[in-house]
Design a protein around this ligand. Structure first.
Ligand code: URA
Length: 242
């Protein structure tokens, strides 16, 4: 890992401005591996050095990756003039980092949402060419059956001419519930596909995205940082679930 200026690293966490970092350094409140930092422009390797402010370790990782259990009622957007967005669930220092949701869930859809400030990775995960599977749990009016599964597997054409890639459908229980697997993320796609089969969706929740599975410990509205293993699996584009 390249050496980075300490003021840049600390400011990149979004918790302090560069000017505030300078002041912290001047006051002797910043240490690198237990040694007080003398000048804001001093450099260190963020992967190898423990940086503290007032004795508290600061995570200077270049990017932030959060798993959010999106609740119904919030927009998957970074800001909106009228409505609350998923970013409103985060503390101020994370909101200041410029995180964005990787892909959108409808306002009434719950489940797994990845938030990051790693633009290139976010882009890759959304690219249809990368074929990142997204698995949804749906409850529908009526019951889904083998014919519905075959229609989705064949790649449906929707009323407005939208041609969908082949998708998976696995009926659960009596068929009023199912798992749908998509390799793309077109607007309202699960709802539109199932509505076109005469089985409107009443409840929708995303369970996984590529190797990332929604943590069952997270209640709707809760989030946690990804583990290093989860980040590595996303980077590798690993197919199997963690
Ligand atoms: N498909 C939908 O219809 N809605 C979502 O939120 C996600 C996928």
């Amino acid at each position: 890992m390249a050496l980075e200026r300490l003021d840049k690293l600390l400011a990149s966490t979004g918790r302090w401005s560069r000017r505030e970092v300078k002041e912290l350094v001047r006051q002797g409140r910043v240490q690198a591996d237990g040694v007080p930092v003398r000048r804001p422009e001093d450099k260190c390797d963020p992967a190898a050095v423990c940086v503290t402010v007032d004795g508290q370790a600061v995570d200077c990782a270049p990017f932030v990756y959060l798993m959010l259990h999106k609740p119904a009622g919030l927009l998957s957007a970074t800001e909106d003039r009228r409505q609350r967005t998923v970013l409103d669930l985060l503390p101020e220092h994370l909101r200041r980092r410029g995180l964005f949701p990787v892909g959108r869930l409808d306002k009434d859809t719950e489940g797994l949402l990845l938030l990051t400030d790693d633009g290139p990775l976010g882009h890759e995960l959304l690219s249809p060419k990368k074929h990142v599977d997204k698995v949804y749990y749906a409850r529908v009016d009526g019951t889904v059956d083998r014919e519905d599964a075959e229609a989705l597997a064949g790649g449906m054409s929707l009323g407005d001419g939208l041609r969908c890639l082949p998708a998976g459908l696995e009926p659960l229980g009596d068929g009023s519930e199912c798992l749908v697997t998509l390799r793309e993320g077109k607007y309202h796609q699960v709802k539109r596909m199932l509505a076109a089969r005469g089985k409107p969706v009443r409840y929708l929740k995303r369970l996984s995205m590529g190797p990332l599975r929604l943590d069952p410990e997270l209640a709707p509205g809760e989030w946690r940082p990804l583990t290093p293993e989860e980040v590595a699996a996303l980077r590798r584009g690993q197919g199997e679930l963690l």
